[in-house]
Design a protein around this ligand. Structure first.
Ligand code: XUL
Length: 510
């Protein structure tokens, strides 16, 4: 059996798989807010941060890990687990002094984990991906490294507030003494991975690329970016490595406390998006994942390290080799719900009817579908902009909003220069057949919806099984199957319509 862990914003999840039986053996979660209310983080982060600061408590992650492993050991014979891998919410960072590795090597089973490791923290809290406090540091890094295009060329992204390099720089500026005592900086992924391995393990190429510090070509830390970020930073990071690189046996603490086998091994931990790419069965180029959530995301495997010339999209390492893109659209469900409220309709029933009623108007009436600031493209909007050929009815507005969202995705994923052979649609709004058909038509590609839940933890379990020699593509064919029946096929008669609509949409965007 193989174990995948995912330490995300609101919870930590374990998925255990048995590839020889093609079975998910167990899925267990601990919710930070509900299970550990004494940390006062109902949504997984410390509320009330000022000036865009969003931090979490690393002790909470440790206590949750311990609780999770306890629950897992009650349900599963953990001595049969051969390899462990994992993932974490991307960009979050943990700062530790020189005692961290000694503490890991000598963990006692009868003292809480958080109590044993907390004294090694040089920064009591961990900035996470929701943090937007580092605008100034992004500008400083960009200037010192030769401009935004240069930062993007080197690291795969322009300097972004939530990315770890700007966060590290802010810590160095605010607390130079604390930075000085810091011997090791981990991401959430490598921090949890280190606990499992009983020693500090490297950051992997997938998550490492979300730091504005890793050079995409060399896949090592970039000397210019290190220099532009904080003094002596290279000494505080282990060299990045592939997620599938086995790090040795599990911590003896896992053996003594939970009954893991002393022969169980640990592969690297990666970011939740790279792990989801694996868990969604989309690690081969040509498969695109579109996740329709609070924000919409578009991610896909890429053979080479191309970067977005406009600097909106990001490039991370693909745990199966090569690279992946990640593009975030802030106005996802936020915009769909704003329109629902503005029209005063029951969205779930309505948009399917609206799409059917307006079928003859495909691509005719355009809308820039932004109800507030957007990150792709990075721009402020006060509300949607309509360019309608006829007077706007509720049906036409719904069509134009959704078409606008998918045309915006199509336009802003062009830089990847990969074919879209198939789309795997996930997230709340993906269940709607009208929306799914519209995605197929706009992208002119078949759309499948998957049964997978916990795609990051499942992806991590597949990475673990792959690191032990199991064939990844074969496992994905079993574990990442499409849910119901055949894929939705695009209406080929709409190819020219949406090609033209994309051009007009780009013009409207200006
Ligand atoms: C990706 C990002 C988020 C987190 C969520 O860049 O910031 O998707 O990884 O956990």
């Amino acid at each position: 059996m193989f174990l995948g862990l995912d330490s995300s914003t609101q919870s930590i999840t374990a998925v255990v798989i048995d590839p020889s039986a093609g079975l998910i053996v167990s899925q267990v979660s601990v919710n930070f807010g509900a299970d550990l209310p004494h940390y006062g983080c109902p949504s997984g982060f410390i509320p009330g941060g000022e000036r865009g600061e969003v931090h979490s408590d690393p002790r909470m992650w440790l206590e949750a890990l311990e609780m999770l492993l306890g629950r897992l050991a009650e349900r599963v014979d953990v001595s049969a687990i051969r390899m462990i891998a994992g993932s974490g919410q991307q960009h979050g960072s943990v700062y530790l002094d020189g005692t961290f590795d000694e503490r890991l090597a000598g963990l006692a089973v009868d003292v809480p984990l958080a109590e044993q490791l907390a004294p090694a923290l040089t920064r009591s809290t961990a900035p996470i991906w929701m943090d937007t406090s580092t605008g100034e540091e992004c500008s400083e890094i960009t200037a010192a490294a030769g401009g935004a295009a240069e930062v993007c060329r080197r690291s795969g992204s322009v300097a972004i507030e939530r990315f770890t390099g700007p966060q590290i720089r802010r810590f160095w500026k605010q607390d130079p003494e604390g930075y000085g005592r810091t011997a090791r900086i981990h991401l959430v992924s490598s921090f949890i991975g280190s606990v499992m391995a009983g020693k500090s393990v490297p950051i992997d190429f997938g998550d490492g690329a979300g730091m504005n510090l890793m050079n995409l070509e060399t896949r090592g830390w970039d000397p210019v970016l290190l220099e532009a970020t904080a003094p002596g930073l290279g000494d505080r990071l282990l060299d990045p490595a592939a997620a599938t690189e086995v790090q040795g046996k599990v911590s003896s603490w896992l053996v003594r406390k939970y009954g893991f086998s002393a022969d169980c091994e640990v592969a690297l931990f990666t970011g939740d998006n790279p792990a989801s790419l694996v868990g969604m069965g989309a690690t081969a180029a040509g498969n695109v994942v579109i996740s329709l959530g609070t924000s919409d995301t578009f991610f896909a495997a890429m053979p080479g390290p191309k970067t977005d010339p406009q600097g909106f999209g990001h490039v991370f390492g693909n745990p199966a080799g090569g690279f992946m893109s990640l593009i975030c659209f802030r106005n996802g469900s936020l915009a769909r719900e704003a329109m629902r409220d503005a029209l005063g309709v029951d969205w779930s029933a309505f948009e399917q009817e609206a799409l059917a009623a307006s079928a003859g108007y495909a691509g005719r009436n355009l809308m820039l579908p932004f109800y507030g600031p957007e990150i792709t493209p990075r721009r402020d909007f006060d509300g949607p902009v309509e360019a309608f050929e006829e007077s706007a009815t509720a049906e036409l507005r719904v069509r134009a909003l959704l078409e606008g969202q998918f045309l915006n995705m199509r336009l802003h994923s062009r830089w990847m220069e990969t074919d879209t052979d198939g789309i795997r649609l996930t997230g709340g709004a993906s269940k709607n057949n009208g929306i799914a058909q519209l995605v197929a038509d706009v992208f002119q590609a078949p759309v499948e919806r998957l049964e997978v839940s916990n795609s990051a933890a499942l992806g991590a379990a597949l990475i673990a099984a792959g690191a032990a020699g199991n064939d990844l593509a074969g496992m994905q064919a079993v574990f990442c199957k499409a849910s119901e029946g055949a894929a939705l096929q695009p209406d080929r008669a709409k190819a020219a319509i949406y090609q033209d609509a994309e051009r007009r949409f780009a013009d409207l965007l200006g």
